[in-house]
Write a protein that binds this ligand. Sequence first.
Ligand code: ADP
Length: 257
Amino acid sequence: AEAELIRVQRFESLAMLAGGLSHDLRNLLQPLLLAGDSLLDYQDDPRLARLGALVRDCGRRGIEMVQSMLSFARGARRAEQVRARALVDALALLLQGSVPRSVHLDIEVADAELAFEGNHTELQQCLLNLCLNAIQAMPQGGVLRVVTSRVHLDGGFFEDGEEALPGDFARLSVTDTGQGMSEEVRKRLFEPFFTTKEGGTGLGLLSCRRIVASHGGVMRLDSILGEGSCFDIYIPLTRPVVDASERGEVDAGLHGN
Ligand code: ADP
């Protein structure tokens, strides 16, 4: 199970890297292609024309590679009915063997019927990331608690100023009694490659946030240094899921060309 977890995490990190890279590469390649095309205009200088053709062909091949990287990064994402119960059941299975004896795993499904539109695999990956972080934050042992419930928010603002839309939400919470986070760590948490762990990727939480955002949801953190941390994911029950191809970060700029 440990090996499988590492494999899934590696894949997820790779997909994120591929997504980010393809986007940047595409922006680089586009002007290169244009430059190649302009060089082709110099037909009376065969050397320039040859160079133009070379630049253009390489540019095109590059764009094709970028396209396939992008579809890899997107994966076969599709919207489906996600059942909270199935989500935590799958999570419990994945965690088997990764929870040390000293950590007590406590799972609660407050609303057995809770379901919403989204992507099961992505959310499972997200919860798994949070749980593994939680376990790593409790080297001395403690309690890892996963709770899913249905909540109603009247709107307004979270403490950090993020807007909460009124409506019904599925709340997925992962709480640990671990080391908690300093102000400094809390600020930098979602930065790509920010990690305090030897061998950490610093991509886990960023990836979680992207997954939650693609569900139209928000992620909240409460953490007290020395006492523990709690990540709450709020996913709207009503709002339709944003399709992967419309997710801005991965492929902004792809449309309309
Ligand atoms: P990684 O786990 O590879 O370091 P993440 O993006 O998942 O990358 O986490 C970034 C950092 O946030 C971690 O290195 C750690 O310092 C901090 N962190 C994340 N989750 C927790 C947690 N539950 N308790 C304490 N610190 C945490």
